[in-house]
Design a protein around this ligand. Sequence first.
Ligand code: GPP
Ligand code: MG
Length: 290
Amino acid sequence: MSTAETATVLQTDYQRSVADYWNTHQNDPVNLRLGEIDGLYHHHYGVGAVDWSVLDGPAAGLEDRIIAELHRLETAQANLLLDHLGTVTPGDRLLDAGSGRGGTSIMANHRFGCAVDGVTISDYQCDFANTQAQARGVDGQVRFYLRNMLDTGFPPGSYRGLWTNETTMYVDLGDLFSEFARLLAHGGRYVCITGCYNDLVGGPSASVQRINDQYLCEVHSRGDYFRALSANGLVPIGVTDLTDATIPYWELRDRSAVRTGVETAFLSAYREGSFQYLLIAADRVDPASA
Ligand code: GPP
Ligand code: MG
């Protein structure tokens, strides 16, 4: 990557440090070992009931059974996100804003048969995800770009749907939703899965601060999301509190050999009520047509 390209993608020292974090985050068994199961590499968490029977049976395969179960729950999370995109046809175009190693984009293309663009500020992630798309033979339709989701450079109104799967904690929501409002066609759908702190308990708790420290991010409050959506013509059509649905994932992950240590922070934050795992779906309403 040339210096000129880096300069346009990375606009602040903070963005440079986030890109550096993800560029050097290359040996992460908690993500790689799961992705190796079927080539869907996720950078988000899981939802749904755990099949606790994975802990039974021979000790020899215990870790593999736990890893397969964690991966099943992470893939279920991405499927839940895609369920909320509404009607998408093969002629449509979708955007994955903060696309990581590409798992959700590849699933979206498989489900809808349409073009999917992913953007990331990590050139390591961008290369990794494009390699996965090539390996699956879908690189003609699924393409990852080294671009900044706050300023993608893609044409206005070009997307039927777009999503952020646990990436909004790295950016200013006003800047992000203003870019999304520009990118979405009238009636286009935005789906967000995120962890947010609970306005009712005041500012970020110590557990939330530990999560921020682990990932170099800054989680927003629940209210921040709805104020920024409203200010940018993004009208919520569904809000699902996934907090109870994600706790079992963290309980299982806490018992696995690939645990990273952040598990106790998520479990405390969710259980004490200071942090919530939300899915928000919103439609782009063009003021000129409203
Ligand atoms: C990373 O997923 C997710 C984030 C950096 C965002 C933080 C999410 C919140 C809900 C606060 P990952 O799969 O890379 O994390 P890990 O390596 O711990 O599995
Ligand atoms: Mg992970």
